[in-house]
Design a protein around this ligand. Sequence first.
Ligand code: ATP
Length: 285
Amino acid sequence: SQKGSDVLTDSRPISWSQIGGLQEIKESLQQIIEWPIKFRDRFRNFGVKPPGGILLYGPPGCAKTLLVRAAATSANVTFLSLSAAQLYSPFVGDSEKKLSEVFHQARAGAPTILFIDEIDAIVGSRDAGSKQSAHERVLSTLLNELDGIGMKREQIQRSEESNSLERSVILVAATNRPNKVDKALLRPGRFDRLLYVPPPDYEARKSILEIHTKKMNCENVNIEFLAGMTELCTGADLENLCLEAALMCLTKEGSDADKVTLEYFEKALENARRSLTPKDIEFYK
Ligand code: ATP
């Protein structure tokens, strides 16, 4: 469409309880995102500055997108989610124009959480003397929009209008490669709050498996055992494991079983995807 919706991704509502583990991050996001919206009058009275942009970083498939969707659901604001990498698709056309359109949409629907996934795709070109590339134009568009939103917030802080903070746009970005994010995006007032979203530990894997098996017709599934066997799995891998177990059950020859039992999970474990390496876990720390 003309409205930038071809770069927008999944933004369905979800609740905090559908995300396993990550208790600390959930609380941080509630404080940074929800409170300024919910308690905007008190924030203004106290002269507390609303947050700048937030950058979530950590390995892929570990709930960065889910967390932002849950924050938007719980704060009851508009949620727009865009993949920065998708902006450069030849089908999208003028990347920077699309980006501006998305910001326009965000302001029109405010209060809005605008989520930019794969923000590392937006970088300035480093080769001097070359013509301005699409990447550079997108970066400068984004910087302008970011600084614009920052300035508006300062004005809102000073103004007496009671519903003015309601009109704000909160920016959250995510990356799997924090060291590749253009430094210009990380300056104060831009994406200046960094939050690490870690891969799931044993307890988190247990709750993720509980969340996903609850949706299935399971019997005698030993969650502790599975959590112990899935050390290098991301949340997405665990979801996939549950799906594989269900498929095994469906396709088993001569079976009309209607319950997914531990035996199918054990089979699925044999070829389970384990996206993390021990090195990954070190790298993101
Ligand atoms: P990417 O960097 O690839 O965009 P991400 O960190 O944003 O990954 P999500 O898209 O939020 O990851 O997660 C992918 C899928 O994995 C989710 O749709 C969800 O089903 C499952 N998942 C990941 N982490 C969790 C979790 N903590 N609890 C429940 N489900 C999870």
